[in-house]
Write a protein that binds this ligand. Structure first.
Ligand code: PT1
Length: 260
């Protein structure tokens, strides 16, 4: 899964049309580089980020969802809002990626149930604005597992086939370094299928001192770690580099991935 952020800070200048065109080009390049799906997001959910109004989020993401879908590129919509989900689905998105696991918007479960999309259910403690202030758990692995189980159960009760659901521990979402490491050391305990999003995240900086622009090696290590422990998906910025790392790794692990 390739990350395609369509937020003001992710584009230099120019109008919305120019930015949409740049984003579509970036998405096409990531698909060519080996991404199975492009995850389009118009509301940052990194630590400290403020919410975005629904109309603004739609203005950011819809031209890109439409542009990539029209060109046959599989699209995932990274949103917490039911209306953004519904419009992206209507334009051709085939995956819903919700960092709130369909808890933020009371209408999102119904939108998801009315679609045939694959749905990513992610764990977060708190909200993006404040989640890193004082994350606390008695047993982070058990609590994340229980939350994911409860969201899977809510989706199944709403009529969504369990085969459409993907679990995500939410690396960096209301977690200290130790919480993130406990989850990474216990991925199989979280259930399956699993998606891991750790690309360029702060834990790599905490472990190595690398700043956000120098975290490709750590990101590759985390992608390979996730694959080794059975993750079905990795959400990454650096598609070509990750695809190469996974292809070489898969050739050495014939049972795990790839055509061998
Ligand atoms: C993720 C994810 C996401 N991450 C899914 N969607 C972000 N399913 C956005 C940091 O610690 O992991 N899974 N959508 C980006 N959010 C963050 C969070 C970015 C923490 C950076 C950090 O640096």
């Amino acid at each position: 899964m390739a990350i395609l952020n369509v937020t003001p800070d992710s584009f230099s200048d120019g109008g919305r049309i120019k930015n949409a065109r740049q984003a579509i080009d970036a998405g096409l390049r990531m698909a060519e580089a080996g991404a199975a799906i492009i995850d389009i997001g118009g509301e940052s959910t990194r630590p400290g980020a403020a919410p975005v109004a629904v109309d603004e989020e739609l203005r950011r993401v819809m031209p890109v969802v439409e542009g990539l879908s029209r060109r046959g590129v599989p699209v995932s919509i990274d949103t917490r809002k039911a209306r953004v989900m519904a419009e992206a689905l209507a334009a051709g998105a085939s995956m819903l990626n919700d960092v709130s696991a369909l808890t933020y918007d009371p209408e999102s479960l119904e939108v998801a149930a009315g679609s045939s999309a694959t749905i990513v259910l992610m764990h977060m403690q708190g909200t993006p604005e404040t989640m890193q202030e004082a994350p606390a758990y008695a047993d982070v692995v058990a609590e994340v597992r229980a939350f994911l189980d409860s969201r899977v159960a809510a989706c199944v009760a709403a009529g969504i086939a369990e085969s459409r659901l993907v679990r995500d521990p939410g690396i960096g979402f209301g977690k200290t370094l130790d919480h993130n490491l406990a989850l990474l050391r216990n991925l199989p305990a979280l259930g399956s299928p699993l998606l891991l999003g750790a690309s360029r995240k702060a834990l790599i900086g905490r472990l190595t001192g690398a700043d956000v622009h120098s975290r490709l090696p750590g990101s590759l290590a985390l992608a390979l770690h996730a694959a080794r422990h059975g993750a079905a998906w990795v959400r990454v910025h650096d598609v070509a580099e990750t695809a190469q790392a996974l292809a070489v790794w898969a050739a050495c692990h014939p049972a795990s991935l790839g055509p061998h």
